[in-house]
Design a protein around this ligand. Structure first.
Ligand code: PTJ
Length: 261
């Protein structure tokens, strides 16, 4: 990858692009992964490439739900593993939940490749010092994070073909699913199965964003970093949650960028 100076104003964005390009070359990503990423970038530009107040509140809500759920699972696709796999493994270690590779464009090769990448990431994270605020044996907690995806022993009712395939231990029996960059159909199918669905999606107008119980309108790697801090602080649950209000606020935050002209 070309060296990007620390002072470059678009450093984070260029590094993320580099990860998407490298993931594509390794055959880990869907053919349309770059198109999806580019769409996300456009919304992120309008957000000012920052975690906004409304996104921070949504992240806190998701942290409290993850901690109080009985069987939470973090569902990951190609783009998510490449951009945010490491922080999501850290989150899973703190919460004590599995990570499942669940793809829109499912092929056995991509599932196996993404699981191997997550296993590599898990091993290198296990060798780190635990994050501030974590109490316990970090290496043990990280190594105990289950990485699922190949079992294929459950079907998501309401979806057809390979998209319906998931694991019973993960999404199948989960009461809460955190699904970054989800598609609208799957979000809807998971909601109709009675699961609590939390999503990370930079597009506040997507069907996914509107169907989910909690929507984090933020870039997946930035949001996952903040989510780690939040699960470590174990926030208590606020009573009310109005997801539509959060989406409206995200849209206002985007249009607020007109002030910078
Ligand atoms: O790995 P697979 O086979 O599961 O395929 C993954 C993609 C993302 C290619 C697939 O799910 C897809 O085509 O997604 P869509 O329908 O293009 O939706 C992607 C959504 O994620 C859009 O609403 C984007 O704005 C949003 N998005 C893209 N990049 C990011 C993002 N949201 C947060 N962070 C990002 N980095």
């Amino acid at each position: 990858m070309t060296e990007i100076p620390d002072s470059h104003p678009r450093r984070e964005s260029l590094l993320a692009r580099g990860k998407i390009v490298a993931g594509t070359r390794r055959g880990l990503l869907a053919d349309s992964a770059m198109i999806a990423h580019g769409r996300g970038e456009a919304f992120d530009y309008l957000l000012g490439e920052r975690t906004t107040d409304s996104a921070a509140r949504a992240i806190r809500r998701v942290a409290s739900l993850l901690i109080s759920a009985e069987r939470p699972v973090i569902s990951t696709n190609g783009n998510t593993v490449v951009l945010a796999g490491e922080d999501l493994i850290r989150v899973a270690a703190v919460v004590g939940c599995p990570i499942e590779v669940n793809l829109y464009y499912r092929t056995p090769e991509r599932v196996a490749g993404l699981i191997s990448l997550l296993q590599e990431q898990r091993e290198s994270i296990a060798k780190e010092v635990g994050p501030d605020g974590f109490e316990g044996d970090w290496a043990e907690e990280v190594r105990s994070v289950r990485i699922l995806g190949t079992e294929e022993d459950f079907r998501i009712e309401g979806l057809e073909g390979p998209r319906s395939i998931c694991t019973k231990e993960g999404i199948g029996l989960a009461d809460l699913v955190l699904v970054p960059l989800e598609d609208g159909d799957r979000c809807e199918a998971l909601v109709s199965l009675g699961k609590k669905v939390c999503v990370i999606d930079l597009n506040p107008l997507s069907r996914t964003a509107m169907m989910a119980g909690v929507t984090i309108v933020d870039e997946v790697s930035r949001a996952s970093r903040v989510l780690l801090t939040e699960v470590l602080s174990r926030p208590s649950m606020e009573e009310e949650w109005d997801n539509r209000a959060i989406l409206r606020e995200a849209l206002r935050e985007m249009s607020g960028s007109e002030g910078s002209i």
